[in-house]
Design a protein around this ligand. Structure first.
Ligand code: CP
Length: 315
């Protein structure tokens, strides 16, 4: 593997989950693999879990880690070609990327959707420039339309907790005050398409995800109907794809509450975090024994370490 931008690049999911299980049981077994190798983590956006879990994963593999927060302490970067750079941006990404590539063996990039242009976001303009110009293996730490390390952690978590071969998994939209990217739900849908689970997406009208991510997946605008008999409930907000980047609804009837969870088969609750309590999910649901948000976040180390291992093995 020399890039990781989609969970589908894991290939055989059963083998990837076996590899993750090995990493969970033997976190320090591959310390020699990363010796004298440097990973550079480049953040265009804020992060808690991705920042810490990816560093921890790299340290477990014996790697050196460098972190660059592009918007704090680095030169402000121009990203578009052809711009007369007479404003506040001192450096162009097209020089910055190969320079970063010269300092690192592997590069991780976090670059969210900017909601300025659906076309630019869905073409992953920033991430693809890193792939094209860095000369080094690049992995996504959440880009404009996918968050594969999160999805891999979600798949690992479901594997650890599922009590039947074919659980019912419901991903439900829930309200949020701000416009959030579609990266997590797109990626989760992609991950579910690698399984034979009974997967349903529930979202209000106007919030259907891009057709490329929902092909063959059951989508309903009736949350209660979707939650009936669910074994896992994955809550997430996202902004509209159709009316790109817009917040069309803050309907609190979509908040995942105890009453909503009563419709399920005593489902486990999942969310990638950070989460807005009592918007997305009630206090009592997220604090309940069926909430997996902490083990799910802990599995971000396993997810990142398994992927970094694959990238190191192919250097
Ligand atoms: N879930 C996730 O990616 O969290 P951070 O934004 O804190 O990294």
């Amino acid at each position: 593997m020399n890039t990781f931008t989609s969970v589908k690049q894991l290939g055989d999911l059963k083998k990837a989950l076996e590899a993750a299980k090995y990493v969970t049981a033997n976190p320090f077994a591959d310390k020699a693999l990363g010796q004298d190798k440097t990973v550079l983590l480049v953040f265009f956006n804020n992060s808690l879990r991705t920042r810490l879990s990816t560093q921890k994963a790299a340290l477990n593999l014996g790697m050196n880690v460098m972190v660059l927060d592009v918007n704090q302490g680095a030169w402000k970067l121009e990203t578009a070609r052809g711009v007369v750079m007479d404003g506040d941006k001192s450096e162009h990404l097209l020089e910055a990327i190969p320079v970063m590539g010269s300092y690192a063996d592997i590069i991780g990039v976090r670059s969210f959707a900017r909601f300025e242009s659906r076309e630019d976001d869905y073409n992953e303009v920033i991430l693809n420039q890193f792939i094209k110009y860095s000369g080094k293996p690049v992995f996504s730490m959440e880009a404009a339309i996918r968050h594969p390390l999160q999805t891999f952690a979600d798949l690992i978590t479901i594997e650890q907790y599922r009590q039947k071969a074919r659980p019912k998994v419901v991903m439900t939209w829930a309200p949020h005050p701000k416009a959030l990217p579609q990266a997590v739900p797109n990626s989760f849908a992609e991950g579910m398409s690698m399984t034979d689970f009974d997967f349903v997406i529930a979202n209000p009208e106007g919030y259907d995800l891009a057709p490329e991510f929902t092909k063959g997946i059951r989508v309903t605008h009736n949350q209660d109907e979707a939650l009936e008999g669910a074994d896992f409930v994955y809550a997430k907000n996202w902004a509209s794809y159709e009316h790109y980047g817009q917040v069309l609804s803050k309907d609190m009837n979509w908040t995942v509450t105890k009453q909503k969870m009563a419709l399920t088969n005593d489902a486990f609750f999942l969310h990638c975090l950070p989460v807005r309590r009592n918007m997305i999910v009630s206090d009592e649901v997220i604090e309940s024994p069926r909430s997996l948000v902490i083990p799910e976040a802990a599995n971000r180390v396993v997810s990142a370490q398994t992927v970094l291992k694959m990238l190191l093995q192919d250097l």
